[in-house]
Design a protein around this ligand. Structure first.
Ligand code: COA
Length: 322
């Protein structure tokens, strides 16, 4: 009998401060209407000075544990997806482990930019299917506001902070049906964030802010996500009509709409959170998933397609019977 990874709990955290498009328009040459029309974003959350990827991850994780009524000590693997770790090391996974007060578990980070949570889901599913783990905590936690150049109107309008969590448990009942992840390192120049301390010539003087050629990223994201959707359906011998919900990475409403169109899904079947959150990178899919589970849109037994695209490029999907 196949051993599945079943979702037993979800959680999320969004910082308190709301930064609107109007607020950003006061410091860079842009406007609420330009940002909303091109991206679908109206505002984003910004973490406070005392918040970090680990502190936000802890809140999201504790919510997921409470939803599942799960004792943290039963967790045998913690994977944190983040591009904004508190420290280079220890990993944010280890910091989260410490915050949850758990011993005797494996904890590490995954760095796959905005696709991080999908990569984490894929890794977790391999551990559970193989019998190497029974209960896995996955968190995507990001402080994008700290790696955004607030004087660059092409990027600062897009990103926000937050954390999302999901708890998986080994089960005989269907859960994750398949995951599909891929990377192509050819596209470094289109979207990257330097690490000044480790930089070598000729990049020594670069600041640690996101740099992006948005228009080119946009086109490749739309095409690639269309392909991953086809691959996921084919692997499961499934028709588009069998998917109940699309939970996409929240980068741009026009990218999301293109994927929904490819699936012939109405936007009513798509979970969209970016209007008030922006792009929270690896956290976005898990935050959106949590929202739709908690407000009752996603019901037990329904089929949910999660997908994401990010720097690298990296991309992936997870098809889940919730
Ligand atoms: N306000 C006003 N004008 C802006 C602007 C802003 N915030 N940002 C860029 N512009 C200007 C540009 O300077 C350019 O001006 P020009 O024609 O005088 O040169 C013009 O708008 C068009 O720029 P372009 O980059 O072609 O716009 P776009 O329609 O592609 O929209 C993005 C820009 C960033 C919104 C869009 O490309 C995008 O969302 N890309 C995907 C990015 C993404 O999701 N990245 C993360 C992937 S995980």
């Amino acid at each position: 009998m196949r051993r599945y990874s079943k979702v037993i709990g979800t959680g999320a955290y969004l910082p308190e401060e709301i930064r609107t498009n109007d607020h950003i328009s006061q410091t860079v040459d842009t406007s609420d209407s330009w940002i909303f029309e091109r991206t679908g974003i109206k505002s984003r959350r910004i973490a406070g000075p005392d918040e970090s990827a680990a502190s936000m991850a802890e809140i999201a994780a504790r919510q997921a544990l409470a939803a599942a009524e799960c004792d943290p000590n039963t967790i045998d693997l913690i994977i944190v997806a983040t591009g904004t770790p508190d420290r280079v090391y220890p990993s944010t996974g280890c910091l989260l482990q410490q915050r949850l007060g758990i011993k005797n578990t494996v904890a590490f980070d995954v760095q796959a930019a905005c696709s991080g949570s999908i990569f984490a889901l894929s890794i977790a599913d391999q551990y559970i299917q193989s019998g190497a783990a029974k209960t896995v905590l996955i968190v995507g936690s990001e402080l994008c506001s700290r790696i955004v150049d607030w004087t660059d109107r092409a990027t600062c309008i897009l990103f926000g902070d937050g954390a999302g969590a999901v708890l998986l448990s080994a089960s005989d009942e269907a859960g994750i049906l398949s995951t599909h992840i891929c990377s192509d390192g050819e596209y470094e120049d289109l979207l990257y964030c330097p690490n000044p301390q480790a930089a070598t010539e000729p990049n020594k003087d670069e600041t640690g802010f996101i740099r992006m050629r948005g228009n080119e990223v946009f086109k490749i994201a739309v095409n690639t996500l269309g392909q991953i959707v086809d691959e996921t359906l084919a692997a499961n011998n499934m028709d588009k009509s069998e998917i109940d919900w699309l939970v996409p990475h929240q980068a741009n409403i026009r990218i999301i709409a293109a994927t929904a169109k490819k699936l012939r899904m109405s936007m009513d079947q798509v979970v969209v959170t970016l209007e008030n959150q922006g792009n929270t990178s690896s956290a976005s899919v898990l935050i959106a998933f949590n929202e739709a589970v908690r407000d009752g849109r996603i019901q037990r037994g329904q089929v949910v397609l999660l997908e994401a695209f990010g720097a690298g490029f990296t991309w992936g999907s997870a098809l889940i019977k919730y």
